[in-house]
Design a protein around this ligand. Structure first.
Ligand SMILES: Nc1ncnc2c1ncn2[C@@H]1O[C@H](COP(=O)(O)OP(=O)(O)OP(=O)(O)O)[C@@H](O)[C@H]1O
Ligand SMILES: [Mg+2]
Length: 508
């Protein structure tokens, strides 16, 4: 629902106090004014700020008096009171009390108070009285209309496709930023053309950097960098065009996301990242750790902002690495953060279930024990893949991938069959490590490295599958429970999972 409709609905449902956190004061006030006009009869609009008070100066420099003024206003006349920067006064005991009393009063009148502030800050004891309404970045159509306005004033050379690309590049930015960016493009090049696109993309990167919880991640890994995991790769390849307009016309729903669970160093993070390059979508990484902490209410605000930006960047891949670490032990051992993680987590889960926008979540986890069971419920992820230790065939592929990277022309000289055979129990990361070790030996003697060097390096590595055997077996047993799907057909045939699913390797 768009902001205006949502606001209108809240006002009609007598929500007494609405908090709109946004850096775009002007745009928000414009939209609120539109909503005031929707009403029949139109709603009165009164704006207060600390310096000027209401029109006429009432409540100037005196927020308490401003609240009294709202209280005194006629109850049967529909009116909206916009309070600029009022969040700064909410920590005051007197003001907070007054706001609570006022909330009770307002809900039985036709008056509504709107707090407009650049950031979200509500003391916990006011959380019940105040409803938050986010102002999303402008939609495609709003940006398109803004471009029309700009185009009237400056020389333009934009093809139809160029214009579409420019609007998309602007999506996710606030209108004020878009205006600045376009102005900068015009100032630099003397007109508006395709060169504005990278400029706007850069602006967007800057913006995401500032949010701290999201990061643009270079999607350098490709599916060709993944050895083995054929079922997973096939799944990803089959959906490569799922975000196109053509797929929409066909009636395909957007893929929602995958969870990759498995043993360490087996390519979970690698595969999640490769998804973005395979699908040619931007890759955003969510830092769960940074989402937590901070003042009360801050994590929730950051979560909402994160969701808003991700949706504005859509279609995109949202990479949530090590989900289990971020939300470990929710509901049990989580004490001391007054349920913040639980609320943040619930917000994300609800979003995952309800989101209509093409934000594809690629999440990874090492253990499932620590994950709240809701995560694994149907409907959240399209698929939960279990990534086991690589089979012999897969190890051969992994050797080929990594030897191919460092010695593309000498690949044939290595006995990958033997390497694969000898590396039983090694994960992908350990195979890569063995190759680097071998290179070090050989480099020290100023010669090329050989199969023998790699074998020697391998004999010095104690694979994780030995040291963490118990944990791995537990995980494999969980995988056997049927709540996930093997990422590789070899694992499906041979391993513990194979016993369950049989030879097909394709459960369900
Ligand atoms: N299947 C694979 N094919 C090719 N390389 C692999 C594979 N698995 C692991 N590697 C190598 O090991 C590195 C580490 O893998 P990755 O970070 O994806 O593991 P992970 O499963 O996310 O492990 P962790 O649970 O420790 O986060 C990769 O960058 C890659 O070089
Ligand atoms: Mg990882």
């Amino acid at each position: 629902m768009v902001f205006e409709q949502e606001l209108d609905l809240l006002i009609r449902s007598s929500y007494p106090i609405i908090y709109v956190p946004t850096p775009e004061e002007e745009r928000a006030e414009q939209l609120i004014a539109d909503v005031a006009d929707y009403g029949s009869p139109p709603r009165e609009l009164h704006i207060w700020d600390f310096v000027n008070g209401f029109a006429g100066g009432v409540g100037r420099g005196n927020p308490f008096q401003a609240l009294e003024e709202i209280e005194k206003a006629r109850e049967d006349v529909p009116a909206i009171f916009v309070m600029r920067d009022f969040h700064r006064f909410l920590d005051d005991v007197q003001i907070a009390r007054k706001v609570r009393n006022l909330a009770r009063h307002l809900s039985s009148t036709r008056k509504t108070m709107i707090i407009l502030a650049p950031s979200f800050r509500v003391p916990p004891d006011l959380a019940e009285e105040i409803t938050v309404l986010d102002l999303n970045p402008p939609t495609y159509d709003e940006i398109d209309a803004e471009l029309d306005a700009v185009l009237e004033r400056v020389p333009v050379r934009l093809s139809h496709g160029g214009r579409d690309a420019l609007v998309k590049a602007c999506q996710g930015l606030m209108m004020s930023r878009i205006r600045l960016g376009l102005a900068r493009a015009v100032a630099s090049y003397g007109r508006l053309d395709e060169r504005a696109i990278p400029l706007m993309l850069e602006e967007k990167k800057q913006r995401i950097r500032r949010t701290e919880v999201l990061e643009f991640w270079p999607a350098t890994e490709t599916v060709d960098d993944i050895g083995g995991l054929d079922i997973l790769k096939l799944w990803l390849e089959q959906r490569a065009a799922a975000f196109t307009a053509e797929a929409r016309d066909y009636g395909l729903p957007y893929p929602k996301g995958i969870l990759l669970v498995g043993i360490q160093g087996t390519g979970k993070s690698l595969s999640a990242k490769a998804t973005a390059s395979l699908w040619q979508l931007p890759l955003l990484r969510l830092d769960v750790g940074r989402l937590m902490g901070g003042l009360v209410g801050e994590s929730e605000a950051k979560t909402r902002e994160m969701i808003r930006i991700a949706e504005a960047m859509a279609p995109c891949v949202l990479f949530i690495d090590e989900l289990d670490k971020g939300f470990a032990g929710l509901g049990s051992s989580f004490v001391g953060d007054s349920g913040t993680s639980a609320r943040v987590f619930a917000t994300i889960l609800t979003w995952m279930e309800e989101k209509q926008s093409p934000v594809f979540i690629a999440a990874t986890a090492n253990s499932v024990e620590a994950l709240p069971p809701e995560v694994l419920r149907k409907g959240r992820f399209d698929e939960i893949f279990f990534i086991d230790l690589p089979s012999e065939r897969e190890r051969r592929e992994i050797f080929e991938v990594h030897l191919g990277k460092v010695r593309p022309n000498r690949l044939r000289e290595f006995d990958v069959d033997q390497l694969a055979f000898q590396s039983e129990g090694f994960n992908g990361a350990e195979i890569e490590q063995a190759i680097f070790e071998a290179m070090h030996f050989a480099f020290n003697e100023r010669r090329e490295f050989t199969t023998e060097d790699i074998l020697r390096a391998m004999s010095a590595i104690v694979p994780l599958s030995k040291t963490a055997q118990e944990r791995i077996v537990r995980l494999q047993e969980w995988a056997q429970s049927g709540r996930c799907r093997p990422a590789s057909s070899d694992a499906a045939q041979s391993g513990l999972i194979g016993q369950l699913f049989g030879d097909a390797g394709l459960p369900r």
